[in-house]
Design a protein around this ligand. Structure first.
Ligand code: RFL
Ligand code: PHB
Length: 389
C-alpha cells in the first residue's frame, strides 16, 4: 500500500489529523492496534475549548456536538466548605463545550467511514522505519496472520503515551521531561442527573474531587485516590460515600447516586518529549506529552498539535517547507503553557501526602486570592478556556 501520510493511532489525534488532511485533499491511512469498539469504550475527556470546537466545525463534524453538547459559561471551585463561581465567559468572552471524548471520537469515526478513507483496526506488531534520514519511510504491521507494508512520505505518531512511535526514536535524539504525582483519580460514570449545571472542582482535606457530566442525564465524577488503590476495592457505595464527604452540605444534599456504568483509576503525570519532529516522523497528542487531567487540557492540546501538523503538511505539498520546519517549536510553546497551567491547578487542588499544615494554609490562601481577585480569576479563566493558537 502507498499513501502520503501514514497515521499511527485512531484516538482523537489520529482521527482528527486524518479528517484535516482528507479535507485538504492529502491521502492518508490510519493504523490502529485496537478495535473501533475498544477505542470508543475508553472514557476520558469531557471539556472542549472553543478552538477545538472550531476545528471540528472546520471539517464538518460538529453538528451533533452543537445539538447535544453543553456550552458552559463558568466553573465552580469549592474549598473550606464554600462554593465560588469563576465566570469564564464574563472574564474572557469564551465558553467551553462539555461533550465527551467518546462522542468526538464517534463523530470522527463516522465521518471517516463516510469518506471511504482506509483505517486498519486491530493491526498487530506495528513498526515504523526509515524516517530519520530517509525520504521514503514505511510502516509495517501484521493483520490476520499476514505482514503488510505502507510506503509513505510522512509518519504521524498519534499513538498515545504507550505507543510505538516515540519509542522508535533513537535515545540520543530525544529529551524527556517528566513529573509523576503521588496520587490517582478514581472516576465513575453513571446515568444520574449532574449535581449542578456547571463543573465543580473540590479542594478538601480528604482529597480532590470533581463533579462533571456528559449530558443532562449522565454524570462523571472523580475522587483523588491512593496510587495503591485497585478499582475492585471501590464499591459504588464506597465511591458515593467518599464523594459526599468531600462536598459541602448543600451540594451533598443534591447528589443523586446510582449504579456505575464504568469505574477506572487514572495515574496523574506531566510529561513532555522534545522535539516532536524526527525527520519524517512527527509526534502529536499524548504520544508527545501528557498533562494531569485537572486543567482539562489533554484532548485540547492534541487538537492544536494536529492543527499545526495539518498546516505544515498542507504547506509541504504546496511547496513550502517553513511551517513543517517550525512544527515542534510552534506546538511546544503552547504545550509548555498548558503543562504549567495543568501542574498549577493540580498543585492547588490536591492533597499531597508530603504537605504539612503550612502548605495546606498556603493552598487555601491561594484559592482565597484566586476567587476574590478579578486579575487572578481572569488568569485562571484565560487558561481554562484555552490560550489562543
Ligand atoms: P489516545 O487517546 O491515547 O489514542 C492513541 C491511540 O493509539 C493507539 N495505539 C496504537 N496504534 C497502533 N500501533 C501501536 N503500537 C499503538 N499504540 C497505541 C491506541 O490504541 C489509541 O487508540 O491519544 P490521543 O489521540 O493523542 O488523544 C489524547 C487524549 O486521549 C487525552 O489527552 C485526553 O483524554 C486527556 N484528558 C482530558 N483532556 C481534555 O482535553 N479535557 C478533559 O476534560 C480531559 N479529561 C483526560 C481527562 C484523560 C483522562 N485519563 C484517563 C488519563 C480525564 C481523564 C480521566
Ligand atoms: C471529565 O468530564 O471527564 C473531566 C472534566 C474536567 C476535567 C477532567 C475531566 O478537568
Amino acid at each position: 500500500m502507498r499513501t502520503q501520510v501514514a497515521i499511527i493511532g485512531a484516538g482523537p489525534s489520529g482521527l482528527l489529523l486524518g479528517g484535516l488532511l482528507s479535507h485538504a485533499g492529502i491521502d492518508n491511512v490510519i493504523v490502529e492496534q485496537r478495535s473501533g469498539d475498544y477505542v470508543l469504550g475508553r472514557i476520558r475527556a469531557g471539556v472542549l475549548e472553543q478552538g477545538t470546537v472550531e476545528l471540528l466545525d472546520s471539517i464538518g463534524v460538529g453538528a451533533r456536538m452543537h445539538a447535544e453538547g453543553l456550552p458552559h459559561d463558568g466553573v465552580e471551585l469549592c474549598f473550606g466548605g464554600k462554593r465560588h463561581r469563576i465566570p469564564l465567559f464574563e472574564l474572557t468572552g469564551k465558553r467551553v463545550m462539555v461533550y465527551g471524548q467518546t462522542e468526538v471520537t464517534r463523530d470522527l469515526m463516522q465521518a471517516r467511514a463516510d469518506s471511504g478513507r482506509t483505517t486498519v483496526y486491530e493491526a498487530d506488531a506495528v513498526s515504523v522505519h526509515d524516517f530519520i534520514d530517509g525520504q521514503r519511510p514505511s510502516v509495517r504491521y501484521r493483520k490476520d496472520g499476514a505482514v503488510h507494508t505502507i510506503e509513505c512520505d510522512f509518519i504521524a505518531g498519534c499513538d498515545g503515551f504507550h505507543g510505538v512511535c516515540r519509542a522508535s526514536v533513537p535515545a540520543d535524539r530525544i529529551t524527556l521531561h517528566e513529573k509523576v504525582y503521588p496520587f490517582g483519580w478514581l472516576g465513575l460514570l453513571a446515568d444520574v442527573p449532574p449535581l449542578s449545571h456547571e463543573l465543580i472542582y473540590l479542594n478538601h482535606e480528604r482529597g480532590f474531587g470533581l463533579c462533571s457530566m456528559r449530558s443532562r442525564t449522565r454524570s462523571r465524577y472523580y475522587v483523588q485516590c491512593s496510587l495503591d488503590d485497585k478499582v475492585e476495592q471501590w464499591s459504588d457505595d464506597a465511591f458515593w460515600t467518599e464523594l459526599r464527604a468531600r462536598l459541602p452540605a448543600d451540594a451533598a444534599a443534591n447528589l443523586v447516586t446510582g449504579p456505575s456504568l464504568e469505574k477506572s483509576i487514572a495515574q496523574l503525570r506531566s510529561f513532555v518529549s522534545e522535539p516532536m519532529r524526527f525527520g519524517r516522523l512527527l509526534l502529536a497528542g499524548d504520544a508527545a506529552h501528557i498533562v494531569p487531567p485537572t486543567g482539562a487540557k489533554g484532548l485540547n492540546l492534541a487538537a492544536s498539535d494536529v492543527a499545526y501538523l495539518a498546516q505544515g503538511l498542507v504547506g509541504h505539498y504546496k511547496g513550502s517547507a517553513t511551517e513543517l520546519e517550525h512544527y515542534s517549536e510552534r506546538c511546544l510553546r503552547r504545550i509548555w503553557r498548558a503543562e504549567r497551567f495543568s501542574w498549577w491547578m493540580t498543585s492547588l487542588m490536591h492533597n499531597f501526602p508530603s504537605n504539612g499544615s503550612f502548605d495546606r494554609k498556603v493552598q487555601l490562601a491561594e484559592l482565597d486570592y484566586l476567587v476574590h481577585s478579578e486579575a487572578a480569576s481572569k488568569a485562571m479563566a484565560e487558561n481554562y478556556v484555552g490560550l489562543p493558537m
